[in-house]
Write a protein that binds this ligand. Structure first.
Ligand SMILES: [Zn+2]
Ligand SMILES: [Zn+2]
Length: 337
């Protein structure tokens, strides 16, 4: 096995761009798997890390937490996976198992949690290591590139959708990687979809309709009918009062991002009548198991845009400026592209 590998490295002091670097190849310690990375989808959270909006990265760090790879080495004590298995590595990289949150089935809120591509080196690299207990087998019907965005956009989106309970009319604010996956899950569950985009983005509105939205329009307009719930995937605080105005009595507004600009003040009357605003943080392993089982049940079509590993800065920039619909995916091995 090679002693070094190529990685795109973020250094907090130096800031952007990520630097293509030859680093020591990681080794699997006890309980860990070493994987050859086939694909790593780019998440908006990666932008929040490199922009310093998430303040606690290890530095330097290799970003990326939607990793699809093949196990090439297992540390001692690894059960469940062996060499040659395809695994997915998500954002939740480690939890303590001892704090009050872990002990009450809320490991997503663990006081001591560590996250992939933030406090643990991630997948913008040719290889990555992960605690095997936090890795997942992936539905074989999906290619490496197609399945990668399911690992965060899909998982966190699914957790957000679950927080909407049995809401029938669902609004999606910010129709990016997460929304385009969750739209398909929501349609599969028989829900009615309303898509909100930044301004009059006709292309994204058409994309939303192609995925089953019954209505699509700008986020500062009201839908034709009040919604039962709204999921906010864009990091813009003003969407919270906008979504509250769009939901019916008793409706829920779920903020699904890890970071958001400030929420402007708003009159109590738009929250009154038992409307709820809540956030979603991280994922539990149970979320992942449930969601990946669902993804195996019916084909989720992910819209992906492939970039070479050393094009990671371009991928981040294109995401920042909304230059594509769906998800960006880094593919280290040019032979696969
Ligand atoms: Zn804990
Ligand atoms: Zn993510």
């Amino acid at each position: 096995m090679a002693d070094t590998m190529q990685a795109m490295v973020f250094d907090k002091e130096r800031g952007l761009p990520l630097k293509a670097t030859e680093v020591a190849a990681p080794k699997a310690r006890p309980g860990e798997v070493l994987v050859k990375v086939h694909a790593c989808a780019v998440c908006r959270t990666d932008l929040h890390v490199v922009d310093g909006e998430l303040t606690d990265p290890k530095t330097p760090v290799i970003p990326g937490h939607q990793i699809v790879g093949t196990v090439i080495e297992t540390g001692s004590g690894v059960g469940g996976f062996k060499q040659g298995d395809r695994v997915g590595i998500p954002w939740l990289g480690w939890t303590c198992g001892e704090c009050a949150y872990c002990r009450s089935g809320r490991e997503n809120l663990c006081d001591n949690a560590r996250f992939t591509g933030y406090q643990i080196d991630g997948g913008y690299a040719e290889m990555a290591v992960a605690d095997a207990r936090y890795c997942f087998a992936l539905p074989p019907s999906y290619s490496d590139v197609a399945v990668a965005p399911l690992l965060c956009a899909g998982l966190i989106g699914y957790r957000a959708l679950r927080m909407a309970g049995d809401a029938h009319k669902i609004g999606l604010y910010g129709f990016g990687a997460a929304a385009h996956i969750i739209a398909q899950v929501a349609r599969h569950q028989g829900r009615e979809l309303y898509a909100f985009t930044k301004g009059d983005d006709a292309a994204t509105q058409a994309f939303a309709k192609s995925l089953g939205a019954v209505w699509a329009g700008p986020s500062d307009t009201l839908p034709p009918e009040p919604l039962d719930a709204a999921l906010i995937f864009a990091p813009a605080g003003p969407l919270v009062p906008a979504a509250l105005r769009a939901v019916a009595k008793g409706g829920t507004v779920v903020c699904a991002g890890i970071h958001m600009s400030d929420i402007p003040s708003f009159p109590y009357e738009i929250l009154w009548e038992e409307r709820t605003v809540r956030s979603v943080a991280n994922l539990t392993r149970r979320d992942a198991e449930e969601f990946l089982a669902l993804a195996a049940e019916f084909p989720i079509r992910t819209e992906t845009h492939v970039y070479a590993l050393d094009q990671a800065n371009t991928a981040l920039d294109d995401l920042r400026h909304g230059r594509f619909d769906g998800a960006a995916v880094l593919v280290p091995d040019s032979a696969i592209r």
